[in-house]
Design a protein around this ligand. Structure first.
Ligand SMILES: [Fe+2]
Ligand SMILES: [Fe+2]
Length: 283
């Protein structure tokens, strides 16, 4: 099976609207104005409703309720908006996990959110290449979106076979997927983003998040790889999946991460993830 054959089987993932795709494209550009973001959001009923709900949650403790997208954008800021937009993409999967994915689906949102925050933290810390923080955040949030595709097309038997190769034979998850399916979730995720015409750098960040690229030039995958590892290390994934990854020493060197700084990063990402989850789980 090829990645594009798998992607074709999933015509629409739950609740990923055109507005969400447009928004990710928009926030990938430097210096996006609030007006441009508002323009994309205002015609999407579901997104508008969810944004207003977020703003009016006790988390913000506003005296006067927010009633428009314009005000919501001002209060939430671009990162939180991305967060809300992509949480919608995972909503359907979490409320009714498909048979091929079961409990893992529930962890996916929290793992992706932690990776997004980790990527953002790494940018703030300084990178050997130029990257805007919102792009890093988006890449972290989307890095495992191929797993969503798998969740819609694979049977429990296939998922069990992948799991068995990991737990019984010590393969990484991507190695097991490749062997059994002929492709893996990173390749499938990149193929999906390509079909949405998302920016090349995001596609690279997703495609190579398990084999980061540092030569001849460092790529976004250095960041998605490290953010993914950080998210696993702080425990976003429990059970077999929590151990089914490998840290690339080259990526750690390129980002100047030592065992000591790794610990600090884990603490900082864990703290911001707690705050973000509190924000997302207000309902
Ligand atoms: Fe992954
Ligand atoms: Fe991941």
């Amino acid at each position: 099976m090829t990645a594009s054959e798998l992607v074709k089987k999933v015509k629409t993932l739950p609740a990923i609207s055109q507005a969400a795709i447009k928004l990710v494209n928009l926030l990938d550009q430097p210096a996006v104005s609030n007006e441009e973001v508002i323009e994309v959001l205002r015609y999407d009923t579901l997104l508008t409703a969810k944004l207003l709900k977020s703003c009016n949650s006790p988390y913000f403790g506003l005296q006067k309720p927010v009633a428009s997208v314009d005000q919501a954008v001002l209060i939430l800021g671009h990162h939180q908006i991305l967060n809300v937009v992509w949480s919608l993409a995972f909503d359907g999967v979490m409320s009714t996990p498909p048979p091929g994915y079961s409990a893992e689906a529930r962890q996916l949102w929290s793992h992706s959110l932690q990776a997004a925050l980790a990527a953002e933290t790494l940018v703030k810390r300084g990178l050997p290449f130029d990257l805007e923080a919102p792009v890093a955040f988006t890449a972290g949030l989307l890095h495992d979106i191929g797993k969503l595709v798998f969740s819609h097309v694979l049977t429990p038997e296939i998922m069990n076979a992948v799991r068995a190769r990991v737990t019984e034979d010590g393969l990484t998850r991507t190695e097991a997927e490749k062997e059994i399916l002929g492709t893996d979730h990173a390749e499938v995720g990149a193929c999906l983003l390509q079909s949405w015409r998302l920016p090349e750098e995001l596609i690279e960040g997703v495609a190579h998040h398990h084999q980061p690229v540092s030569h001849p030039n460092p790529q976004l995958s250095l960041l998605t790889h490290t953010a993914n590892c950080l998210s696993h290390l702080i425990g976003s994934t429990i059970g077999w999946e929590g151990f089914a990854f490998r840290i690339d020493a080259g990526a750690m060197n390129a980002l100047k991460i030592t065992p000591e700084t790794l610990q600090n990063l884990m603490i900082s990402v864990h703290d911001s993830a707690k705050k973000a989850e509190h924000f997302m789980n207000f309902s």
